[in-house]
Design a binder for this molecule. Structure first.
Ligand SMILES: Nc1ncnc2c1ncn2[C@@H]1O[C@H](COP(=O)(O)OP(=O)(O)OP(=O)(O)O)[C@@H](O)[C@H]1O
Length: 312
């Protein structure tokens, strides 16, 4: 959806607080979701992801602060703000004995101005052309979810918000979902917000993540920055004979950082040095059986940031 505010972030969280009774569930949460990205909302169980998403989509009131969607305040300009959102927060209602197509037609009737052509478009966007005329009861969980996404896209929202979309999906289903979400950002220019407590899934799906814990923001980072956070690589060389390799390392460089770990030699290197060391070992008659990196996983980095072992 083109708006005069196209340069603004699609979602702006401004010092959002949610209190229920005496309990503060969300505490001064501020961050921005740039347009055209898959944005992850990550935190351990109970961190406040669902509460935040419910506030974003207008299902729950905001105690303090504001949320702007496409530049419009959800507090003062609810209709304009909500028009930009397509969301699946709870399981979408579907008629299992109707086809996917008839579900979409039924749903489209409730939204003014949805054309038959738009229905065809959303079917294509979620890649369901081949199965759309089958009954929903024959669909896998992943297909039901894609139908839900198609339904949420009918009114051409600027941002699609999915709460824990990978729940219950197998790895193939997750991969498929990721491909479809990426396609949406590319082909429809739509922004996508997904929540999850699973780092591994976020890494696969998202361009950027906001990490929350106990209702507060820990950090917002590009996934690729996590990958580049360590510019030095820990490189594990599987070598034989190991003693000769160690002697060579000592001979070549006094500064080389290395350790013997089991039957391997682990060196801390710039990426560009890896090939040079491989060459030196081979030229010295040392057998190189394997080279791999052993850097901190994204997960380790998250755990360090949140100081929590709850994120799994
Ligand atoms: N209506 C409510 N009344 C009181 N506390 C609530 C209410 N709704 C949520 N909470 C509490 O707020 C906190 C955040 O809940 P929320 O469901 O937003 O977390 P979440 O990050 O989505 O977790 P999960 O991954 O488990 O769904 C939890 O401690 C929860 O118990």
């Amino acid at each position: 959806m083109k708006t005069a505010d196209a340069a603004l972030p699609i979602v702006q969280m401004e010092q959002v607080c949610k209190k229920i009774g005496a309990k503060t569930i969300i505490d001064k949460l501020s961050f921005e979701v740039p347009r055209g990205e898959v944005f992850g909302f990550l935190g351990p169980n109970g961190a406040g992801k669902t509460t935040t998403i419910r506030m974003m989509v207008g299902l729950m009131s905001i105690t303090e602060g504001d949320i702007r969607i496409g530049g419009h305040s959800i507090r003062t300009h609810f209709e304009e703000a909500i028009r930009h959102i397509g969301a699946i927060v709870e399981n979408p209602e579907m008629y299992k004995f109707l086809s996917g197509y008839h579900n979409l037609v039924h749903y489209a009737r409730m939204i003014p101005g949805i054309s038959a052509q738009r229905i065809e478009e959303v079917i294509k966007l979620v890649g369901m052309e081949n199965r759309i005329h089958d009954k929903v009861k024959t669909y896998s969980l992943g297909m039901r979810q894609r139908l839900g996404i198609a339904q949420a896209l009918l009114h051409k929202p600027s941002v699609l918000i999915l709460d824990e979309p990978t729940n219950g999906l197998d790895p193939a289903g997750i991969r498929e979902l990721r491909d479809h979400l990426r396609k949406l950002t590319r082909e429809e220019g739509i922004s996508v917000i997904v929540s999850s407590h699973l780092l591994s899934e976020m890494e696969l799906m998202c361009d950027r993540v906001a990490i929350i814990q106990n209702g507060s923001l820990v950090d917002v980072r590009l996934i690729k920055d996590f990958r580049q956070a360590d510019d030095k690589l820990q490189v594990v060389f599987d070598l034989e004979p190991l003693d000769a390799a160690r002697n060579l390392v000592k001979e070549v460089s006094l500064e080389a950082v290395y350790e013997l770990r089991g039957e391997t030699l682990v060196m801390t290197l710039d990426r560009t040095e890896v090939a040079a060391w491989n060459k030196r070992f081979v030229e010295a008659g040392i057998n190189v059986f394997g080279i791999r990196t052993a850097n901190k996983s994204l997960e380790d980095q998250f755990l360090e940031m949140t100081g929590s072992d709850q994120i799994a």
